[in-house]
Write a protein that binds this ligand. Structure first.
Ligand code: VG1
Ligand code: CO
Length: 538
């Protein structure tokens, strides 16, 4: 029997860059998750009898909300739910399952790179039938429904055993517990030359993959060590834990510092890689060289034809606005389309569906392709491996040859995390108020607040980041994060193009030092945030 439960609306159930993210303690309030899930269904039409995919990154509270989501889906009339064993599905694997089984959509329980555990973060995201994050039209509708919700429908049923593969029913709705890795591994096998990668490992090539106690552990174990024959121990921190072992599952140079230090040491293997909480990000470090994610996007695009799945070439490349223009230079040389979107994977979906872009990427360690509709951490690692297996050169040689050929986009992102929200808003307002006077000063040629007109559906998205443009590939971008759960996080993106190979060997912090100082003096970062240095430098 399902029942209708009266409820009252919660404030602030507005999805951000990637779903609704809040502290676990916020989600634990009675009816909080129920309200949001019902608001998702209230925003959708035509799902009666259809399939819904549910899975999460295994963080604390995942197993409770999965059961809740199954019961609400049953009471709302879905015909079938596919759920990963143990309630687990990486974000790209969930995207694949939605597409492969022609599901109506999916609910992904994740707060991605945010910390987990009882005092950490939780999140819920809805993906549509193409496998990608719901576009803003839907996320806005969900928010509107969440503000006026008065009841939700939920089945009164026992918990589903999520640890055993197989079928059961909840009030007439079929529930299938599926292997979270199998379909995804098959997809990777179709895209990449697994024989070549296997031969690479056989030749003595060594890598370390840090799964950060998050969702990619089972995927990396099976694909890298299982199918591809990488030596046991290649994957470290490979068991997903509800609190990620107390760490921040964010594959950056601060939270994956151990990996970075190893790669800079004499004991370094040939390749270091890591992924985040939900498996959609990738960190790539060669021996002696960190590969900036913007450069990685450009390199993957330039070399993708070496992998069977992309042998026919790319139709286009899309990148988020703050991502460096390194990929644009590749698109230009290939004579293919190049698109600049707001931050967040939801903006790539239309371009991928319309076959305007094959590879997409973000500076935040997110790269992916038209194989799913999410960024995909392990995919990026496998594409790198495929390229290394064909070229048989070191990561450092490949990166430096790329710069010599295309020029180098010196690039860095400075994050000021959990700063006072009023101060951060004042900083952004202070910049906006000076739009008329900034051009002409400090070498600035133009300023704007990035807006995007989607070329496929015509929708417009405004206020996506303030750009100070200095001409010739030099710019500073200011943006407030849409994934944090307390205070505000200010991101400052700094970029300068350098064509001369004789000048390609600088530390980006040195090469960009003047712009970094200018960013502070123009925006008043210290004054508005009270911070002297960023928390994270990428
Ligand atoms: C950040 C990144 C963005 C990414 C988003 C979700 O958003 O900058 O590029 O798409 O996280 O990634 P924001 O609004 O905090 O800058 V994930 O791996 O957290 O789902
Ligand atoms: Co993520």
């Amino acid at each position: 029997m399902s029942k209708v439960v009266p409820t009252t609306a919660f404030e602030g159930q507005k999805p951000g860059t990637s779903g609704l993210r809040k502290k676990v303690t916020v989600f634990q309030q009675p009816n909080y998750a129920e309200n949001f899930i019902q608001s998702i269904f209230d925003s959708l039409e035509g799902f009666a009898g259809q399939t819904l995919v549910i899975g999460g990154d295994g963080r604390f509270y995942n197993s409770q909300v999965i059961q809740t989501a199954i019961r609400i889906a049953a009471a709302n009339g879905f015909g079938r739910v596919l759920v990963g064993r143990g309630g687990l599905l990486s974000t790209p694997a969930a995207s694949n399952v939605i597409r492969q089984y022609k599901a109506f959509g999916g609910i992904i329980l994740s707060a991605s790179h945010n910390p987990g555990g009882p005092d950490g973060d939780f999140g819920i995201k809805y993906n549509i039938s193409n496998g990608g994050p719901a576009p803003e039209k839907i996320t806005n509708a969900i928010f509107e429904h969440s503000k006026k919700i008065t009841q939700y429908r939920i089945a009164e049923a026992a918990d589903i055993d999520l640890n055993t593969l197989g079928k059961s029913t909840v009030e007439g709705m079929a529930v299938e517990v599926i292997d979270p890795v199998a379909d995804y591994a098959k997809l990777m096998q179709r895209l990449f030359d697994f024989d070549a990668i296997r031969a690479l490992f056989q030749s003595g090539f060594r890598m370390r993959f840090d799964a950060m106690h998050a969702i990619t552990g089972p995927y990396a174990h099976e694909i890298l060590e299982g199918i591809l024959g990488a030596p046991a121990g290649t994957v470290v921190n490979g068991t997903p834990l509800p609190d990620f072992g107390g760490h921040h599952p964010d594959p950056n140079l601060v939270h994956a510092k151990e990996l970075y230090d190893l790669m800079m040491s004499p004991q370094a293997p040939d390749l270091g890689a890591a992924s985040d909480g939900d498996g959609d990000r990738n960190l790539i470090i060669g021996r002696n060289i960190f590969v900036n994610p913007s450069d990685s996007l450009a390199l993957l695009a330039a070399n993708a034809h070496l992998a069977p799945g992309y042998a026919k070439g790319l139709v286009g490349i899309a990148r988020s606005m703050p991502t460096s223009a390194a990929a644009d230079r590749v698109a230009q040389r290939l004579g293919i389309g190049c698109y600049e979107t707001p931050t967040g994977w939801k903006f790539f979906g239309n371009l991928l569906d319309a076959d305007k872009a094959t590879i997409c990427g973000e500076e935040s360690a997110g790269t992916g392709s038209n194989h799913v509709r999410e960024k995909d951490g392990l995919w990026a690692v496998l594409l790198w491996l495929n390229i290394l297996a064909v070229r048989r050169e070191s990561v450092e040689t490949i990166v430096k040859a790329h710069w010599a050929s295309y020029g180098r986009n010196y690039y860095s992102r400075h994050d000021y995390e959990e700063v006072d929200a009023d101060g951060a808003n004042l900083l952004m307002k202070g910049l906006r108020d000076r739009f008329a006077t900034l051009p002409g000063s400090h070498g600035i040629v133009a300023v704007d607040d990035f807006a995007y007109d989607d070329p496929i559906d015509g929708s417009r998205t405004e206020g996506q980041g303030i750009r100070l443009m200095f001409g010739e590939g030099t710019r500073i971008v200011f943006r407030l994060s849409g994934t944090g759960t307390s205070g505000a996080t200010l991101r400052v993106y700094i970029e300068r193009y350098e064509a001369d190979p004789a000048k390609h060997d600088l530390d980006p912090q040195v090469a960009l030092a003047d712009l970094i100082a200018l960013a502070d003096s123009i925006a008043g970062i210290k004054q508005h945030t009270g911070r002297v240095t960023p928390d994270v430098i990428t």
